[in-house]
Design a protein around this ligand. Sequence first.
Ligand code: FAD
Length: 502
Amino acid sequence: MGDPGGLDIVIAGGGTAGWMAAAALARFLEDGSRITLVESEAIGTVGVGEATIPQIHNFLAALGIAQAEFLAATNATFKLGIEFGGWRAPDHSYIHAFGATGRGSGLIPFRQLWLRGRAEGFADDFGAYSPNGVAALAGRMAPPSPQPTSIPDLVTAFHLDASLFAAFLRNYAEARGVRREEGRIVNVEQHGPSGSVTALQLEGERRVAGDLFIDCTGFRSLLLGETCGVPFEDWSHWLPNDRAIAVPCASSAAFRPYTQSLARKAGWQWRIPLQHRTGNGHVYCSGAIGDDEAADILLANLDGAALGEPRPLRFKAGRRAQAWSGNVVALGLAAGFMEPLESTSIHLVQSGIARLLELLPREAEFAAARATFNRVTALEWTQIRDFLILHYKANGRVGEPYWDQLRAMPIPDSLASKIALFEEAGAIVRDEGELFTEEGWGQVMIGQGLEPRSWSPLADTIPSGELRDYLATLVHAYRRKAAAMPSHREHVASLLGLSSMK
Ligand code: FAD
């Protein structure tokens, strides 16, 4: 037990999850809690995980990290959304952009106005009404306007170098008193009928005792999975991709302010542009394609010279049935994994940390906090899972065995009812606490080619000519605004205090 001045908190693992947790706990636990992080350089980290979503700004702001400092330390670039290329058909692409799409009128969501405009033959592509999407595809980026304007500011996230991010957070955490122990955990000590973890034994006969243990040991889930025996809920029947191969390449001239997710024969390829290189990877299903072919596909589709050897990774989609068991809370890959199609893993680490901080009692009696943490975490993961499955279920690549099977697969009822609702009249109802917005669901549903049979009668309350003018005005305004922005490259250079960037 820790003294009355707080808890002894031990973080096992120093990847992105471990160091994010260490940095946040060091920043917010000023009650005398002592934080120790154990990591093994010999084991290393997963080394991928470079695309984020806009909530990352909350994490950085909470830790008092300035954007320019973060950009310089992690070689980061801006991300305005994700382009999905080839998911609906080999030559089709759409963008799931952050932020609003269009502007509704009163009670009428914009999506409904667009559905009617399209049926009447005068609406542009749905993506043309997203300020983020338009700026992204034009390669533009701009900071928030100093004065409020009628067109919303861009909503951004970052692409970052995962190892630089962990190193940056390590400096931050160590400067705030986090103690780091280098070495391999060789045994986990437990005590009492509940099997509470009491200490980690490290090679070299060292022992790190604690009240609360945060398992950030990656896919191995050394504390939560192996020691506490919390079972893994396997979701691979919905998300069958189980391997990835990753390789960085030289930066492309495009310097895109968005992630690309390009559908391939039996999976998809990511491109994540950083300041100094582009991160690439091919996520695929080993039952549908061999490792050599997967590597060939990736190497044939780089938009710069490869930098280093391709690195294979293996995983299984799913999560530990409880994220918190006894006095062990798992974050990151130790809690589970869903493929990086919507860049949600780092966010799940962040939201897990926020939840833990909000619920953490002062004494080592966690029953109520644990129950709530587990309930909310399960909901959050399931909602994200459904959103990912949507991309596969609604693919349009007819005649390709991998894609045909995914289109035919049974899906969770929770997703089936969302799709059915949308197909009736374009309605989308966001569940309580859900990460993805109605707009995000709408962009992916429309982008993947789901077709509502009609639209809401609300959208009929506007005269047709007025609707046509309104839709045209929005498209012109968003294009004009994007055209006046600096390029993504110019914007990053100016934040770094450089006159130009290569
Ligand atoms: P790891 O990085 O594996 O760290 C585990 C740590 O535990 C290491 O420090 C290791 O040394 C330590 N450890 C393990 N065992 C022991 C032991 N016995 N003794 C001592 N130390 C030990 N997420 C996103 O948000 N965006 C993305 O674009 C994205 N892309 C991804 C692509 C792929 C192919 C994969 C597999 C994941 C991706 N992710 C992405 C997920 C992201 O990489 C992880 O969520 C994130 O890196 C956190 O990993 P981690 O810290 O949990 O695990």
